[in-house]
Design a protein around this ligand. Sequence first.
Ligand SMILES: Nc1ncnc2c1ncn2[C@@H]1O[C@H](COP(=O)(O)OP(=O)(O)OP(=O)(O)O)[C@@H](O)[C@H]1O
Length: 282
Amino acid sequence: MTTIIDVQNMRMKFGSEEALKDVSFSIKKGEIFGFLGPSGSGKTTTIKILTAQLTQSSGHAFVFGQPASDMHKPQQKAKIGLLTDNSGLYQRLTVEENLLLYSNLYGISNNAVEEALQFVNLQNQRKKKVSQLSKGMLQRVILARTIMHKPQLLFLDEPTSALDPVNAQHIYRGLRKLNELGTTIFLTTHNMAEAELLCDRVAFLHKGEIRELDTPAALKKKYSDHSFTIELDTGERHVVVNGEEDAVSVMNWMKNDQIARMHSNEPSLGDIFVKLTGSDLL
Ligand SMILES: Nc1ncnc2c1ncn2[C@@H]1O[C@H](COP(=O)(O)OP(=O)(O)OP(=O)(O)O)[C@@H](O)[C@H]1O
């Protein structure tokens, strides 16, 4: 599979502060990759390097097989979509006028405006002026603009931070659809449930270092204590672990038809994050 992003031993210093320390990862075409970390861990700095807004102090950062510092070149830039909190929208124009302006400016077909409005569930707000939008609506317009040229690679920095759960779900469906069509997605989020739902692999960043990188399922397995919680008909709850000692109790409860519910106590990505960073993001 084609490698879309390749980062090896990347470091970034701002004066004496080391924002990134020896960061390495690579992302294949078609992956949804979650870059997770508390505030100040280096997520935005990484996106800025990968989109040529900053140059790393040392190490290797390649996007589409070219140095990331070339991403400002029009040919490379056309392949990516970057969602940031910097809106750049015209306040006095409507949602639709903003998107049409953008599509004309970049030679994108006007049909893309309709598709983008659907993608973010804003068809009914198209005539609203940008100055009159709520924070969540504004975020959706920016996202619409980001995906309008059908980029091969999408950088999404906190794409649903201002959205209510219904609109967030709508965006998740849209992102999955884009991904099925081949778009690779690099996503940062503080929302661990979102990462678990969307990402093929996640990296946990802490103080500029990647502490773990794997599929959510593999990480959950790695950090699991292999215990189960059993709830009996009486409401009594027992935590049991694999092994002979608890097997006897479990067998007896089963024989006597006493078990009402049983589930594995595998950790969530949020639990793993707290364990790794000592920070509770939830
Ligand atoms: N231009 C800059 N000059 C100096 N320090 C910077 C600059 N940009 C980022 N930093 C520092 O680098 C570190 C990483 O910042 P970064 O914005 O990448 O974090 P983040 O993980 O994106 O945080 P958040 O989740 O709050 O957006 C922080 O300590 C920050 O203060």
